[in-house]
Structure formats: structure tokens, C-alpha cells
Design a protein around this ligand. Structure first.
Ligand code: FPP
Length: 254
């Protein structure tokens, strides 16, 4: 893919409000260089920083990145523990930079599996950045879409059992409100790097109408120029949400 060198092309066309990213390909990036997988994750974390800065600079208000899935716990213990150390480092040191740049950080996922130290760091990082509004950065950690929907169903069943709501009051809106992303708009654009073309249990409910963009570029190689290219492609898409095109609707009515 020819990466564009200029970002001026996307200046005057509507940008997505919310971009979600599956950062895939760290392991292959490392293997291609004869390096351990963790070296790929380290470079991946730097690429994530660049993507965060890019969104902030382009006034994209919501970014959600998939840092560790519910299924990633099945990886070898050493890789899980190295990834947790890396995430713990970023949750500590790097959060001050995020705070300075006006980023509001939120972690979505099953915190009960993360251990006390990381859970504590998450709480501190979220408390520090809570008032920031420039960019809402959601990091999916020990996250699974089916698990999230399962949690929402349990929560609503509990409310029915307690007599707070009747079953017929369960709607798309009440389900939406029971998800981690209750106060976040659904993603407009999903970017997945690394060549695979699947959703991998990421934001399943929220991505009902999301535009999907897949690229072979491995995540550590994904730069602002690649991000720009993805946005340019997004801007060519016609979003209809299940309806028909506007002019086609006019023609039909005529
Ligand atoms: C997928 O690549 C990537 C992950 C499972 C981890 C993503 C984590 C980071 C980018 C670093 C931490 C992020 C932050 C925000 C500090 P893979 O290992 O499946 O790659 P492969 O398919 O080439 O093996």
C-alpha cells in the first residue's frame, strides 16, 4: 500500500468521531527481525502512542484500542506476564504524558483478572485523567465482546429479579446502557492491521454499523501516514445504516 505523505487531504471532509483499532502483527514484526515477541509489543506500544497523538491532533474525540483480549490469556505465561509488565509501565509513567495532552483514559474489560497492582494503577490513571476532554482513549484490556454482552444480560436480569424493570422494558437502549461503553458513541471506523479480516470478539454490539478497514501493514509499522490513508478510505464510504441512498429515496418518492 502506498502510504500517503500528506495529511492535508482529509482536512475538509467529515472524520469519524470514534475509531477502534485491532493492533495486530506485533509478533510477526518481531519474528521478521529475529527478535523476541515482546520486542514487537514494545514497538506496538510506541505505534499506539503515535495513533493516540494523531487522533488528538486531528480532533477525533474517541479512540478505542484492543490491547489484550479475553482470549489472550491463553498465550504462554511468559508472553502474558511480559505484556502485563508493559501495560503496567504505560499505565504508570506514560499516563502523565497523556494527562498533559488532555487525554481522558478509560480501561474497558474484566479487571478482576488483572491483579491488584494493575487494578490500582488503572484506578489512579482514570482518576487523574477523568476531567480531560480532548481525546477519550479507551484501552480494552482483558476484554471480550461476548463477555461484555453476557455481563450486560446478567445485570439486566438482576434488575428484573429485583423488580426494578419489567422484561418488556429491556430495549436496545437499556442493553447499550449496561455495556462498558454506555456513554461512548459507537465506533464509526474499525482499523485492523496485520492482514487478518475478522472482528475477533471486539466491540461486538457497538460495531453493528461500523465501517471496517483492513490492512496488511503490521501494527508496529502503522504510522500517522497509514492512519491518514485509512481515514481517506473511510471518507469515500457511503454510510446508510440499513436505509437507501438519499437521492435514491428521492427518486423512489418521485
Ligand atoms: C496482537 O499482535 C497484539 C497484541 C495481542 C497486544 C497489543 C499490545 C500492544 C500494541 C502493546 C501495549 C499497548 C499499549 C496501549 C501500551 P500479535 O501478538 O497477535 O501479533 P502476531 O499476529 O503477529 O503474532
Amino acid at each position: 500500500m502506498p502510504a500517503p505523505t500528506s495529511i492535508t487531504d482529509v482536512e475538509n471532509v467529515p472524520l469519524p468521531r470514534h475509531v477502534a483499532i485491532i493492533m495486530d502483527g506485533n509478533g510477526r514484526w518481531a519474528r521478521a527481525r529475529g527478535l523476541p515477541r515482546i520486542a514487537g509489543h514494545r514497538r506496538g506500544a510506541e505505534a499506539a502512542k503515535e495513533a493516540i497523538r494523531f487522533c488528538a491532533s486531528r480532533n477525533i474525540p474517541y479512540l478505542t484500542i484492543y490491547a489484550f483480549s479475553s482470549e489472550n490469556w491463553k498465550r504462554p505465561d511468559t508472553e502474558v506476564s511480559e505484556l502485563m509488565q508493559l501495560l503496567s509501565f504505560y499505565l504508570g509513567e506514560q499516563v502523565k504524558d497523556l494527562h498533559r495532552e488532555g487525554v481522558c483514559l478509560r480501561i474497558i474489560g474484566d479487571r478482576s483478572r488483572l491483579g491488584a497492582t494493575i487494578a490500582q494503577k488503572i484506578e489512579e490513571a482514570e482518576a487523574l485523567t477523568r476531567g480531560n476532554t480532548r481525546l477519550h482513549l479507551n484501552v480494552a484490556l482483558s476484554y471480550g465482546g461476548r463477555q461484555e454482552i453476557g455481563g450486560a444480560v446478567r445485570q439486566l436480569a438482576e434488575r428484573v429479579r429485583n423488580g426494578e424493570i419489567a422484561p418488556e422494558q429491556i430495549t436496545e437502549a437499556t442493553i447499550h446502557d449496561a455495556l462498558y461503553t454506555a456513554d461512548i458513541p459507537d465506533p464509526d471506523l474499525l482499523i485492523r492491521t496485520g492482514g487478518e479480516q475478522r472482528i475477533s470478539n471486539f466491540l461486538l454490539w457497538q460495531m453493528a454499523y461500523t465501517e471496517l478497514y483492513f490492512t496488511d501493514t503490521l501494527w508496529p509499522d502503522f504510522t500517522s501516514a497509514h492512519f491518514t490513508y485509512a481515514l481517506q478510505e473511510y471518507q469515500q464510504r457511503e454510510r446508510r445504516y440499513g436505509s437507501i441512498r438519499e437521492h435514491a429515496a428521492g427518486e423512489a418518492a418521485a
